[in-house]
Write a protein that binds this ligand. Structure first.
Ligand code: TRP
Ligand code: MN
Length: 455
């Protein structure tokens, strides 16, 4: 779809489009004041970092690297502690080590973190016992408690979300550049409750091998202190660009290139519910310089994916666009192939990554939303199988996880059952893999990747 020159893109051009999944802000003047405040605050990321991520994603698109995107379904204002951030980072680093070691390709690490505060909802209102209130839309908008005051959208939450994102990103930068992510500490990321499990022991073995390799290199006379890449990691942030008032206020012109970047995160994605071609979210994302992603669910036709690629990646830049497919374990093998073929035939070198979580969610007997580890694995297997048959690169996984010992997803090596779900279910939104399940998944994915590399 080509636009005529009368409707040039600018950070607010989405406002002329139909915009899905926005809160009904009760006071638009107050909203404007919050937006003005946000616009006056510094960006969270630097445009050069976003370009660097595009370059690394281009490597993924070309089949020379793998993308690991992971974190909470929804971050919480009540749980932004240093320990929670550290534990999430630990499990992502562990997964990255497993994947890198087993496959020998670089792993691009992207968190669903430092901005993942807004959720699309299937209904505007939630009704309990005859009382209807605005649905919970994430802490950037309102609170999950079921009372009228808590559910009222408050624009100052946009500013609070910015504040928590700044604090989170600051700590992540300190951890990833300040020594915490040093490969010499590979054993130390194994939390106690993980270390005692079978996947924890399997991890310990890899960690010991890495330590031996480092010792060997030191013995050979290599000064490891000089090798920066051993001591730090590039860790990028991402979230769903849902509440566009927030994204617009953080969109800034890069002084080096003159282009616009959404400086709320390195990468932002468009959700399955907001990917309408003429809609506001696609309009907004089309004009920013960041690498962007778009979720594709089972209702997407191959032509829709091609049109989205045309709109979001008109210049056919490798690394610019990532398609995150979430088709469900039962349907991935039927649906994915035609989509990949159509997009490839149109000349787009996109990153293909698999979200095995959202197409496999169901309500347990006690009403808790959950997912089976086996279904998650089955969708990933199907995703790899399709790419292998087409000769395209299964470029990554996108998972919802937490570093804590939660009981939200069923199965895994510790065999969480339906009756265990209530034990430690703390997600405000979708069920997350716990640290052991996440590590288990990393081992399974690394086995699939090794096969793909061999092929
Ligand atoms: N910098 C390299 C990388 O990111 C190696 C590395 C250092 C690493 N610390 C790490 C890899 C922690 C995974 C996890 O790949
Ligand atoms: Mn989710």
């Amino acid at each position: 779809m080509r636009r005529d020159d009368a409707e040039q893109w600018h950070p607010g051009s989405w406002r002329a489009r139909e915009v899905a999944q926005q809160p009904a802000w009760p006071d638009t003047e107050e909203l404007k004041r919050a937006e003005a405040r946000l616009s006056s605050l510094p960006p969270l990321v630097f445009a050069g970092e976003a370009r660097h991520l595009t370059d690394q994603l281009a490597e993924v698109a070309a089949g020379r690297a793998f993308l690991l995107q992971a974190g909470d379904c929804a971050e919480s204002f009540h749980d932004g502690s240093a320990d929670a951030i550290r534990d999430k980072l630990k499990v992502i680093l562990q997964m990255a080590v497993v994947l890198t070691y087993a496959t020998g390709v670089p792993v691009v690490k992207v968190g669903r973190i430092a901005g993942q505060f807004a959720k699309p909802r299937s209904a505007e209102l939630e009704e309990i016992d005859g009382v209807a209130l605005e649905s919970f839309r994430g802490h950037m908008v309102n609170d999950e408690a079921f009372d009228a005051e808590a559910r009222r959208p408050d624009p100052w939450r946009l500013v609070e979300a910015y504040g928590q994102s700044v604090a989170t990103l600051n700590l992540l930068r300190a951890f990833t550049k300040g020594g915490f992510a040093d490969l010499a500490r590979v054993q130390a990321w194994n939390q106690e409750f993980v270390a005692t499990s079978s996947e924890g022991r399997r991890y310990t073995k890899i960690a010991a091998e890495i330590e031996r390799a480092l010792t060997f290199m030191r013995a050979c006379g290599i000064d490891l202190n000089k090798e920066h890449s051993l001591h730090e990691v590039d860790f990028y942030t991402s979230h769903e660009a849902l509440v566009l008032n927030y994204e617009e206020a953080l969109t800034r012109r890069d002084s080096l290139t003159g282009s616009w970047y959404d400086c709320s995160a390195h990468l932002v994605w468009i959700g399955e519910r907001t990917r309408q071609l003429d809609g506001a979210h696609v309009e907004f994302a089309s004009g920013i310089g960041n690498p962007i992603a778009c979720k594709l669910g089972p209702s997407v036709a191959p032509e829709d994916a091609v049109e989205l690629a045309e709109r979001l990646d008109p210049d056919r830049t490798a690394g610019r666009l990532t398609f995150i497919t979430r088709l469900g374990a039962d349907r991935v093998e039927d649906l994915l192939g035609p989509i990949v073929e159509a997009v490839s035939a149109a000349g787009h070198l996109v990153v293909w990554t698999c979200d095995p979580m959202h197409g496999n969610t169901f309500a347990a007997d006690n009403g808790r939303k959950t997912r089976r580890f086996d279904d998650i694995l089955r969708e990933i297997r199907g995703f790899f199988a399709v790419h292998r048959s087409l000769g395209t690169w299964a470029g990554g996984v996108h998972v919802e996880l937490t570093g804590a010992e939660v009981t939200e997803c069923l199965g895994g090596a510790e065999a969480i059952g339906q009756s265990d779900l209530d034990e430690n279910y703390t997600s405000m939104c979708d069920p997350r893999l716990n640290a052991r399940q996440s590590l288990d998944l990393a081992f399974r994915v690394s086995e699939l990747l090794s096969l793909e590399r061999a092929a």
